[in-house]
Design a protein around this ligand. Structure first.
Ligand code: 6CS
Ligand code: FE
Length: 266
């Protein structure tokens, strides 16, 4: 990423890179979705009251194609450059946003989840979204409020909505990845920010990448189109920003706790 990109990232809180990957590279990951969806453990998160898959977590631990994507220097190198340090894979998930049934991601920031749920000290983490499908105006693109990362972490406490699937402490993390998100940015705050921040819809062809700041305010609408909107989200954390929480840790497929296996050597 050249200085212009870094400047744009710092100013807007995101950069979009069209077709960074060839179609066959992302197809290898997309082809893993059916197999990963059948894994019979909690890493597969479903849409509320449905058997439709919402998210697949920890693909980098069980799929060579996913691990290879997460370790690709084209994106891991970007993360190192942005964070200014060595990095490790903090999270890998594929949000499927299924055709007709993919549900909403309410307005939120990402860092507050890592800070409150994992004890991440600073927002020195960055997420790279790799488009596995064409992302269009019809199938639920991410909406970003450009520049909203400059507000820092916006903490309005936890919403009272209970995730449909959270059936006990061990599943409490489900409300961090369901349609009833635990930490949301309230409508009035989104409206206030939108008065001075440009609302951006991040459409682009498969193979494109959206790199975004941990504090940018973002959301995505339900997908009622006949087209899936599968996106792989890889979050890289700086090795200088290790989370401090030591008890009630979220599952390893959701958050890396053993960083020795997730370090990026690019
Ligand atoms: O809880 C988490 O770690 C995830 N939840 C959201 C809403 N975004 C950040 C992260 O992927
Ligand atoms: Fe998010």
């Amino acid at each position: 990423m050249d200085d212009n990109f870094l400047l744009q990232f710092s100013e807007d809180g995101y950069v979009f890179i069209e077709r960074l990957f060839f179609a066959d590279q992302v197809a290898a990951v997309a082809d893993e979705v059916p197999r990963l969806s059948k894994v019979d453990d909690r890493s597969v998160v479903f849409e509320a009251d449905s058997s439709v898959v919402r998210g697949l977590h920890g693909g980098h631990l069980v799929s060579e194609a996913c691990a290879s994507l997460a370790r690709d220097p084209k994106i891991a190198g970007l993360a190192k450059q942005i964070l200014g340090s060595d990095v490790y894979i903090y999270q890998f998930k594929i949000n499927v946003k299924s055709a007709f049934d993919g549900s909403v991601w309410p307005w939120h920031q990402d860092f507050i989840y890592w800070n409150k749920e994992d004890g991440m000290p600073r927002p020195s983490a960055v997420t790279v979204a790799v488009y596995l499908d064409d992302v269009t105006e019809f199938n639920g693109p991410l909406y970003l409020l450009a520049g909203s990362h400059k507000h820092g972490m916006l903490d309005f406490g936890a919403t009272q909505e209970k995730s449909e699937q959270a059936d006990g402490a061990e599943n409490d993390w489900l409300q961090n990845v369901s349609a009833s998100l635990k930490y949301q940015v309230p409508k009035e705050t989104v409206s206030e920010i939108a008065r001075t921040s440009k609302l951006v819809s991040t459409t682009g062809p498969a193979g494109s990448c959206l790199v975004f700041d941990s504090n940018i305010v973002h959301a995505s609408s339900p997908n009622i189109s006949p087209f899936n909107r599968r996106i792989a989200f890889i979050t890289y954390n700086s090795v200088t920003n290790i989370p401090t929480k030591t008890d009630n840790l979220r599952p390893e497929f959701l958050v890396t706790h053993d960083i020795s296996q997730a370090l990026i050597a690019v």
